[in-house]
Design a protein around this ligand. Sequence first.
Ligand SMILES: Cc1cc2nc3c(=O)[nH]c(=O)nc-3n(C[C@H](O)[C@H](O)[C@H](O)COP(=O)(O)OP(=O)(O)OC[C@H]3O[C@@H](n4cnc5c(N)ncnc54)[C@H](O)[C@@H]3O)c2cc1C
Length: 495
Amino acid sequence: MSNRVTKSDVILIGAGIMSATLGTMLKELAPDWNITVFEKLSNAGEESSNEWNNAGTGHAALCELNYTSEKPDGTIDISKAINVNEQFQVSMQFWSYLVKNKLIQNPQDFIMPLPHMSMVRGEKNVEYLRKRYETMSNNPLFKGMEFSDNPEKLKEWIPLIMEDRPANEAIAATKIDTGTDVNFGALTRILFDHLKAKDVDINYNHSVESIKRTKDGLWELKVHDKDGCKMEYHTAKFVFLGAGGGSLELLQKSGIPEGKHIGGFPISGLFMVCKNQEVVEQHHAKVYGKAAVGAPPMSVPHLDTRFIDNKKSLLFGPFAGFSPKFLKTGSNMDLFASVKPHNITTLLAAGVKEMSLTKYLIQQLLLSKDQRMEELREFIPTAKSEDWDIVVAGQRVQVIKDTEAGGKGTLQFGTEVVSAADGSIAALLGASPGASTAVHVMLQVIQKCFPQQAKEWEPKLKEMIPSYGISLLQNPALLEEVHTSTAEALGLNKN
Ligand SMILES: Cc1cc2nc3c(=O)[nH]c(=O)nc-3n(C[C@H](O)[C@H](O)[C@H](O)COP(=O)(O)OP(=O)(O)OC[C@H]3O[C@@H](n4cnc5c(N)ncnc54)[C@H](O)[C@@H]3O)c2cc1C
């Protein structure tokens, strides 16, 4: 059989939430473009985007304390929280557009309303939470946030967490009912079904092995068809590296100068999942605590009600750890293989700087189930070991690069779009706030890689995302409209 050779306008590598989002947006903006997808696994949303591999928090900065730091003068800086919230509103608007236009159905299959709460213990932390509440509740983006340090009120909000606590313990929480639980795995699969119906050529069990520029300025991919056990060659004008932890390797293979001097630092994760449905039913919220000293921001412990496969579940974690793999299904050689002559000094500098983080992650990795239960009992004092199992979550590959502020080898905790100067290729690196901000991040890809078309597409972009190019915080009337219309379209008023 001869090798398959295709030419596309756009190739998306990886079938996670990022490629799903970019593909769906491009199909609306340029319906005639032909799009091809290559995914090395047998289905969409099997890596980080899978529901069991991430925490499913619709990150809108309603409960995550790492977005609101205390300044030296004692006031609370909520600028990061404002950014994250605005970015989540962009996702909510795009998902609503898809539902309203019947491009996807049954939003409850991927998004559910769920109170988001922050909980702290100890006098100092209670004071911090009170000040944070006072600052945030005055901001229209966080309207409806409540605060309480009254044990009776807290028992109403979080009975499972309050059971068997010492009466004199200083404890407080904030609660906001407009939070969400998002099943990013289900959403990814829904979007790929939609793309398939729109004639996008989706190839599972196809692993992209290498990528190079052709003489006529296209990108040529060498792709391993794992079912047919053969190599294929595919070209495109534009390639998106949406391969999650696999993006860095492909970026390095592309050879673009923008991909040099960048490294990856993999952080693994574990959740504890409750198998006692009676316990599961006693909790109904996402409750975020404070990160332990030395812990990376993404390992803030939280106790989450989740909706997976139409069933209510309860998960605690994530416990961070160290693994050299860049994907959950990756290889133990991934970290080693990512070291190149151009990034070795950057990586070595990060290695020296992040010694304490590495030590912390290795300690976390070595925790026994009993030790993990002790951490869980900080949240649920009555938790019984036999009610909880451990599940392995996805890998997060944090970007390491040289920055002006941080110097050589600085570890980044956000997401980064790296693109070629001519916009013909873009990679998404990093993992936080992650899937929640997929639409905002893919808009960045569109603006960087299709600047000309982005101007022409503006009316359509505004139809898809009414706040496109506008700050919701500066436009309270539009904010109100967006809150009302997205809640209605996504069925978030029902509970
Ligand atoms: C423990 C944990 C908790 C998280 N919690 C949250 C949360 O609560 N809220 C939130 O918004 N985000 C969260 N995230 C982040 C979020 O899961 C990710 O940002 C998001 O899923 C990344 O999507 P992606 O499409 O970039 O990558 P992925 O979903 O990993 O998809 C990449 C795909 O590319 C494929 N691939 C890789 N290499 C190749 C290749 N060479 N050829 C073909 N295919 C390839 C992979 O098989 C995979 O299917 C969490 C992540 C983790 C790990």
